[in-house]
Write a protein that binds this ligand. Structure first.
Ligand code: AHR
Length: 514
């Protein structure tokens, strides 16, 4: 039995806001992420509202998903929005060349995407096609989404069922343009990106930014944020080029975010299994996850050089654990199971984002349903919530909360060559003034005793939920959906100190009350 880990939270401390957009999600037209996972069609026996499955919508509503990135990913740079609007029986049938050459019937297009957002209560993060598309195509898409119904583009949208302009809160200009998005040199990307930033214009005056002569002075305006492609590794070429250009921008164009992609994987192609693994694979992937910290530090340092006031957020719009496809699943569909290990990996990533909340103000986990580190898995009418789903739900109180200083020294967890911090923890004050602590015990075999002090508050009650499992590879299946689910936990509070035991391989989220 090791000595208790002493931990201090400063309840009256100040810190940056943990932007709710840190909890965003990515939903690409890929595999069964959309088709089957979100869209089943109006004729389906699976309960749906206008073709969008109701069980998935209900589950996602509970996560308060702030934004959804769509249609890609690599797919965005081969997506032609016109293929996906108008009567469904007349839509183009194409091939998803990025992902398994799947038939793309375009049943789920722009109007279905916004219907989905409205059903789950989320904001749009649209990625425009900068690979095989054109500035005009992107500008026309923006007009279709945002122009007044009195224009030809807006009238077409109205004829398709939506008179009011849609709200495009985030616009991604390209995707991985150093690779699947066109393999552009960084400087070439920047020259092209400026044209999109200028002309793929949001035509709704409430959504226009200050660089637009028509915008900026509208009372209550909430401008769209344009997000440029940034790094996907430690190479800083894109970060340098985009940020240098941003520093020199004039009224005619700008960006309001720099994207970064970083996945947890050990080698390419990803070979670690999502099921039936042991402590070695658990430990190695936890260690690999911590590389996110280097990614943020390296690229944030470049951003600081050009933008010391941190006006441009770092948007980590693809992250998560990328594992080998499940045996029997289709090539290119990126279908994997999701274990308690993945929930712990999600907690570690989210904690890193909150520690950099002054710069990291938006992220999107890859991906929402059935693809990579998914929240939800579906198979025909069946649906199961993954451990990562439960973790995201437990972290809802941290959305828009103020991060609080926390200090502790818990030592390391070691396995073979792996050595990582044994405990990870964050604390925050939510928008109602309530105090929250999230504690992760990474060690898969040893519990951890916590002895916490909340400076500046006389704690009287501490309770919450814990997510844990018997095995490192425990998953929720259609047959056994409750193997990894949050359970209530409460701590002993005496003389203002909080004492509790964190189970091995667990994440606990506690609310502390005076
Ligand atoms: O999320 C899967 C793919 O990973 C995305 O389409 C691409 O942007 C990245 O390489």
């Amino acid at each position: 039995q090791s000595a208790p880990i002493r931990l201090t939270v400063e309840a009256q401390g100040e810190g940056p806001k943990i932007d709710r957009n840190i909890f965003g999600q990515f939903a690409e037209n890929l595999g069964t992420g959309i088709y089957g996972g979100v869209w089943v069609g109006e004729e389906s026996p699976i309960p749906n509202v206008r073709g969008i499955r109701s069980d998935v919508v209900e589950a996602l509503k509970a996560l308060k998903v702030p934004s959804v990135r769509w249609p890609g990913g690599c797919f965005a740079d081969e997506y032609h929005w016109r293929d996906g609007v108008g009567p469904r029986d007349k839509r183009a049938v194409t091939v998803n060349g990025s992902w398994g050459n799947a038939l793309e019937k375009n049943d789920f297009g722009t109007d279905e995407f916004f219907d989905f957002l409205q059903q789950i209560g989320s904001e749009a993060y649209i990625s425009v096609n900068m690979g095989s598309g054109s500035v005009k195509e992107a500008a026309d898409w923006m007009a279709y989404m945002t122009a007044d119904a009195g224009t030809t583009a807006g009238a077409e949208r109205a004829a398709n069922g939506h008179r009011e302009p849609y709200r495009v809160k985030f616009l991604g200009i390209g995707n991985e343009s150093w690779s699947c998005g066109g393999a552009y040199r960084a400087d070439y990307y920047v020259d092209e990106m400026k044209r999109y930033a200028r002309f793929a214009r949001n035509l709704n005056i409430q959504q226009q930014g200050t660089d637009n002569p028509a915008g900026g002075s509208v009372a209550g305006a909430d401008p769209m944020q344009r997000i440029a492609v940034g790094p996907g590794g430690l190479d800083t070429a894109y970060t340098e080029s985009v940020m240098r250009a941003w520093k020199e921008h004039d009224w005619s164009w700008s960006i309001e975010g720099l994207s970064m992609h970083h996945y947890t994987w050990i080698s390419w192609p990803p070979s670690f299994s999502s099921v039936d693994f042991g402590e070695r694979e658990y430990a190695m992937l936890i260690q690999d996850t911590l590389k996110m910290e280097d990614m943020i530090r390296v690229h944030a340092a470049v951003m600081d050089k050009y933008d010391p006031d941190k006006k441009v957020p770092l948007v980590i719009d693809e992250w998560g654990v990328w594992l080998a496809k499940l045996p029997g699943s289709r090539d290119g569909f990126l279908h994997q199971q999701n274990s308690i290990r993945d929930a712990i990996i999600a907690a570690i990533n989210l904690n890193m984002f909150t520690r950099h909340a002054d710069r990291v103000r938006m992220t999107a986990i890859a991906q929402m349903v059935n693809v990579l580190q998914a929240m939800i898995l579906t198979d025909g009418p069946r649906m199961v919530l993954t451990p990562t789903y439960h973790l995201f739900k437990m972290y809802v109180p941290f959305q828009d909360a103020t991060r609080l200083p926390i200090s502790f020294d818990a030592g390391t967890y070691r396995f073979g060559d792996v050595s990582v911090p044994r405990i990870d923890a964050i604390a925050a004050r939510d928008t109602d003034g309530k105090l929250w602590i999230a504690l992760t015990n990474v060690d898969p075999t040893k519990p951890a005793q916590i002895d916490a002090e909340v400076a500046g508050m006389r704690a009287r009650l501490a309770s919450g939920t814990v997510l844990t499992a018997d095995r490192v590879d425990a998953v929720n299946s259609y047959e056994k959906p409750d193997m990894v689910v949050p359970r209530p936990i409460s701590a002993k509070v005496s003389n203002g100190r909080i004492q509790m035991t964190l189970p091995p391989k667990s994440v606990t989220v506690l609310s502390v009350q005076p």
